[in-house]
Design a protein around this ligand. Structure first.
Ligand SMILES: *[C@@H]1O[C@H](CO)[C@@H](O)[C@H](O)[C@H]1NC(C)=O
Ligand SMILES: *[C@@H]1O[C@H](CO)[C@@H](O)[C@H](O)[C@H]1NC(C)=O
Ligand SMILES: *[C@@H]1O[C@H](CO)[C@@H](O)[C@H](O)[C@H]1NC(C)=O
Ligand SMILES: *[C@@H]1O[C@H](CO)[C@@H](O)[C@H](O)[C@H]1NC(C)=O
Ligand SMILES: *[C@@H]1O[C@H](CO)[C@@H](O)[C@H](O)[C@H]1NC(C)=O
Ligand SMILES: *[C@@H]1O[C@H](CO)[C@@H](O)[C@H](O)[C@H]1NC(C)=O
Length: 303
């Protein structure tokens, strides 16, 4: 890169004074006008306006700088667009629409104040033509946590898990019962290195023999989300079906055995009948002339 990008790059005599002047201007601008705020959610698209138009003819004689806090985002010099690595492949400028900058797939790190600087060529040097600042707020809200039962680590003890993900800043989780904090087991916080979004999860063990009402509270920044888990023992109702069940089992078993016996008897009868019919058929053909032999054979089969 043979090009060093400074705010007031050209004047070689007093570059620092130039920078100071620009910073002062930016500061004054922010104070006097109040910065425009654009609020977006992670992964959305932000369009930040420079509020300045140029004709396509002018494009070669102006320099457009989009800068965030103290880092470069995008520059247009001699009509050529340059995008800095952090914004590469997801940032472009819309020359026809107020020289806007368009940032796709917003990240939390995109939070900040963006300044658009227009410099115009005049007698061989560039001078400040226009300056605009836009504040971009990128939010990420945690969804309401979900609570799931995750098993029984020991007799009469149930384990539940509370989790939520996709929020920012770093969350803190607590379990409450009747307003007082109860001890959680391994609460884990994970931050996605790419999106910077957090995932939090925590487990809680409780005695199943008592009624409970737990609140899983997740705090992040000045916001909170929570979920309630209720555990209620059915009074007495539990016992009656268990007392009845052996009797029911006996009744079912007895009726099953009975059905089986009946089915077996019917089956036997059917078998006998088919034998009987077979006997009639086999016997009746050769004995068509002799009716006595047929009776004889039949009685044999039925015996
Ligand atoms: C460009 O900026 C002007 C002045 O702020 C505004 O009125 C206009 O709506 C903007 N145009 C677009 C297309 O956003
Ligand atoms: C720039 O041009 C657009 C579209 O032609 C127009 O809507 C907008 O008002 C202009 N902005 C300014 C600051 O003049
Ligand atoms: C941008 O896209 C090009 C082409 O797909 C790729 O080579 C480059 O690595 C990408 N840059 C970043 C910063 O992702
Ligand atoms: C929870 O902690 C126990 C030990 O206290 C460990 O064995 C288990 O792997 C942990 N579970 C998770 C999901 O981190
Ligand atoms: C659960 O609570 C009951 C009644 O309060 C108690 O008798 C029992 O010992 C408890 N069980 C465990 C595993 O703590
Ligand atoms: C548990 O909750 C149920 C349902 O609300 C209630 O009927 C029962 O009396 C409660 N048991 C105890 C021990 O509080």
């Amino acid at each position: 890169m043979g090009h060093t990008l400074k705010w007031g790059a050209p004047p070689p005599k007093r570059p620092y004074l130039r920078i100071l002047q620009l910073l002062l201007l930016a500061g004054l601008f922010c104070f006097s006008l109040g910065i425009i705020q654009v609020t977006k959610t992670v992964r959305e698209i932000a369009i930040l306006s420079c509020e300045y138009n140029i004709s396509t003819d002018e494009l070669t004689s102006v320099r457009i700088y989009w800068q965030k806090d103290r880092e470069m985002v995008l520059a247009v010099m001699s009509g050529k667009v340059q995008v800095w690595p952090k914004y590469e492949n997801r940032t472009f400028t819309d020359i026809t629409n107020n020289l806007s900058i368009v940032i796709l797939a917003l990240r939390l790190s995109d939070n900040g104040t963006y300044t658009c600087v227009i410099q115009k060529s005049e007698r061989g040097s560039f001078r400040l033509e226009h300056l605009t600042s836009v504040m971009l707020l990128v939010r990420a809200n945690f969804p309401v946590p979900t609570i799931a039962e995750v098993g029984n680590p020991s007799l009469n003890i149930k384990r539940i898990n509370c989790s939520t993900s996709g929020g920012f800043p770093e969350p803190h989780l607590s379990w409450l019962e009747n307003g007082t904090e109860v001890n959680a087991i391994n609460t884990t916080v994970f931050q996605d290195p790419e999106t910077e979004l957090y995932t939090i999860s925590s487990e809680l063990d409780f005695n199943m023999t008592n009624n409970h009402s737990f609140v899983c509270l997740v705090k992040y920044g000045d916001l909170t989300v929570s979920q309630t888990f209720k555990w209620q023992i059915q009074p007495k109702l539990d016992d009656s079906p268990t007392n009845q069940s052996p009797l029911l089992t006996i009744i079912i078993t007895v009726s099953l055995i009975g059905t089986f016996v009946i089915a077996a008897v019917i089956w036997q009868r059917l078998q006998a009948c088919s034998k009987y019919y077979r006997a009639i058929i086999t016997i009746s053909i050769p004995a068509s002339s002799n009716s006595i032999s047929l009776v004889q054979h039949l009685s044999e089969v039925l015996a």
